[in-house]
Design a protein. Structure first.
Length: 692
């Protein structure tokens, strides 16, 4: 028997359509109707007392005084739960209207819908009763309610942000979205256009931890704008457009009682405590919750009296903007903040990479990152001034093993550009040799020269085996002993030959020949990646055998390492910036000419985007070859070596497995696994793309 609607159900649905809005604060509504479901399945009421600093931003979202709310804060603040989940609960129960939640990607939107919004609606009885009873109305990305209002859980795209009108648009993790959505502009501007139709009832939210770098490292905060954020793009730029509210605590010291910000500048990493900015007293961590419960948001232009009265004139704007830092985060301990920062600083000292440090500053402390640099910008002359008197093609004291990197040049000057590097304890580095392979004169160098063409002539790649992979250098101790090259990294990018063959195809074929000779474990093929690459090195097994148009002979049997070039260039620049020999220091030789130092310093870094680029067309091979060498160090696991008990190939000369005398054979050093995978493993790697 077909089911039919009852009169009671019809009356209930009609009543839902004409129900007037409940005029209560958004935070009050969220506390009444919203349930929070933990990862372990526990269900609890949302409590404003757990994150008291979220009450005012959430209430501003329900106010007609503001068109937008911007919230900047670290992880573990409960910002998404309050501002996105809480406001959704408020709109669903009190003032139904069409809206959309925008996550950073389709996958994240699906995950957010299932884990957060879906569970909240399911376990909150009052909200669940608002859902449309028709099963086809609700799916992962689209939810319809009895009142007819619609909620979308989407991702940044032209179709979402440049078409339909919504009463509210909630942008979460804003700084991880693209700066230009499908060529239409930034996500916030597009979202704001979608809510304009609704006038004072429209609301746009953007919330995130900072993720963009400071564009002017020399910027200093103006004295008359104490709440202004550093110049950067993204969420902090939006914050600066608003009324710039910061979170304040009142000093618990009876003789002080003045208000101050719990921020990184007022944090003692040794004692792991927050200090009052006025009297210097250190706050006990057990008082953190009480201080948050009594904390206040203060707009720029205003102050708080000792009695808590807000005085002054705030900035006049219809954007309410809020910014808090890590020490006030409810779910982040001060000990954890200090420990994470200390570990990130240690990683920077050991590797030269600033990525871990940037992540900690952004997500744990809620601050924009200032890229570290030396007090004076490096120039080719400055590097030449510190050059050391070393003998070319000789291994200096301190070097434990050698690596070589190769860049492939095309056009009129076809050649292999080779650079040999010496590695010491904790990534201390020396330049051992630099040369070009432009022609072949035979194995004994006694034949007429033949111009090489890496894109078209397979035999030219065998020169890398003979003249680079099997090369060795004498030690500087005068003993006659020699040290071979441990491993070689070769760039696979380059021109395409007249017959359609490319440098990449020739590189793959050369690697296959090395495998036949048992030398593949010492050779690594690398390729520069996108500037958006999140990892410094990513390993894959390219396979295009199923494609009609193939640019290279990739059959899934040759490993390729894709480089996050901007991240690696940051690390090389940090090596140049170190002034004293030791960990991460780069020794430069006097036997190299000015041209090499110009190559090394020609590229510049845009602080706004973090990207490195050449301002013109001058050569930059020295810099690129050092980038490949840094990647090779990561592949070989050099960052993780225990130098108190190094492997035999990284030991002192007298114990080094590779050091040998003329007439002897050097030992074989174990390196990373480079054997061809089975067909089944190839398919798995093609999907998973394992990362380093």
């Amino acid at each position: 028997m077909a089911s039919t609607a009852s009169a009671a159900a019809i009356r209930r649905d009609v009543a839902e359509l004409i129900r007037p809005p409940r005029r209560i604060r958004a935070s009050q509504a969220a506390a009444e109707v919203m349930k929070v479901v933990g990862g372990d399945g526990t269900v609890r009421d949302w409590s404003p007392d757990a994150t008291p600093y979220m009450v005012e931003p959430l209430d501003c979202m329900g106010s007609r005084r503001y068109d937008a709310v911007i919230f900047v804060g670290p992880a573990r603040t409960g910002k998404t739960q309050a501002l996105v989940d809480g406001f959704t609960a408020y709109k669903t129960d009190c003032d139904p209207g069409d809206g959309v939640i925008v996550q950073i990607s389709e996958d994240k939107a699906r995950e957010y819908s299932k884990k957060r919004i879906g569970r909240m609606l399911q376990h909150s009885p009052k909200l669940n009763a608002r859902l449309s009873p028709r099963g086809h109305d609700n799916n992962v990305h689209d939810i319809v309610f009895r009142a007819g209002n619609y909620l979308g859980i989407k991702w940044p795209s032209k179709n979402v942000l440049a078409s339909s009108d919504y009463q509210f648009v909630l942008l979460t993790d804003y700084d991880r979205m693209g700066e230009d959505i499908d060529g239409e502009g930034d996500a916030f501007t597009l979202a704001s256009k979608r809510t304009q139709t609704f006038g004072s009832t429209g609301m746009t939210l953007a919330e995130a931890s900072p993720g963009r770098e400071v564009t002017d490292p020399d910027w200093e905060r103006p004295a008359d704008q104490p709440h202004m954020a550093d110049p950067t793009t993204g969420i902090l730029d939006l914050y600066n457009q608003g009324d710039r509210r910061r979170w304040y605590w009142q000093c618990p010291e009876p003789s002080c009682r003045r208000w101050f910000q719990p921020i990184k500048d007022h944090f003692n990493p040794l004692s792991k405590r927050v200090c009052c900015a006025h009297c210097g007293v250190e706050v006990d961590p057990k008082h953190k919750r009480a201080l948050n419960l009594c904390g206040r948001w203060v707009p720029e232009g205003c102050d708080l009296t000792l009695e808590g009265e807000l005085i002054g004139t705030p900035r006049q704007t219809r954007i309410a903007s809020f910014w808090m830092e890590g020490p006030a985060a409810a779910f982040q301990s001060w000990a954890s903040l200090a420990d994470k920062l200390a570990r990130a600083e240690e990683t920077y000292q050991q590797t030269g990479s600033q990525e871990t440090l940037k992540t900690v500053i952004n997500t744990d402390w809620g601050l924009p990152y200032r890229h570290r640099r030396s007090e004076t910008q490096r120039s080719s002359q400055q590097l030449m001034d510190r050059a050391e008197q070393t003998e070319r093609r000789t291994v200096p004291h301190g070097v434990r093993f050698l690596t070589a990197t190769v860049d492939v040049q095309g056009g009129k000057h076809r050649r292999f550009v080779v650079q040999v590097h010496g590695w010491g304890v904790n990534r201390e580095k020396w330049i051992i040799d630099r040369f070009n392979i432009k022609e072949d004169r035979g194995p004994d160098n006694d034949q007429p020269p033949r111009q090489i063409s890496p894109a078209t002539q397979p035999e030219d790649w065998d020169l890398l085996t003979r003249d680079v992979l099997k090369r060795s250098y004498r030690l500087a101790d005068g003993s006659g002993r020699r040290m071979p090259i441990l491993a070689v990294a070769v760039d696979t990018g380059g021109e395409k030959g007249d017959d359609g063959e490319s440098v990449t195809s020739q590189a793959y074929d050369w690697f296959r020949r090395l495998r036949k000779d048992g030398l593949q474990s010492r050779a690594y093929l690398v390729k520069g990646g996108s500037s958006k690459t999140a990892n410094r090195v990513t390993k894959s097994w390219p396979d295009n055998t199923g494609r009609k148009s193939r640019k290279s002979r990739a059959r899934g049997d040759v490993p390729l390492y894709t480089l996050g070039t901007d991240l690696l260039k940051d690390a090389v620049a940090a090596m140049m910036d170190r002034d004293n020999p030791g960990a991460g220091y780069m020794h430069v030789p006097s036997w190299l000419g000015r041209w090499w130092y110009d190559e090394l310093t020609y590229e510049v870094r845009d602080p706004a985007t973090g990207k490195w680029s050449r301002p013109g067309k001058r050569p930059n091979e020295a810099f690129d070859l050092l980038v490949y060498d840094s990647a090779l160090g990561i592949i070989l696991g050099i960052e993780k070596l225990d130098w108190s008990a190094p492997p035999p190939w990284a030991a002192d000369w007298d114990e080094n497995l590779l050091v040998y005398r003329p007439g002897e054979e050097p030992g074989q050093a174990p390196t990373t696994q480079q054997a061809a995978p089975s067909p089944q493993k190839r398919r798995r790697r093609k999907v998973a793309k394992p990362r380093i």
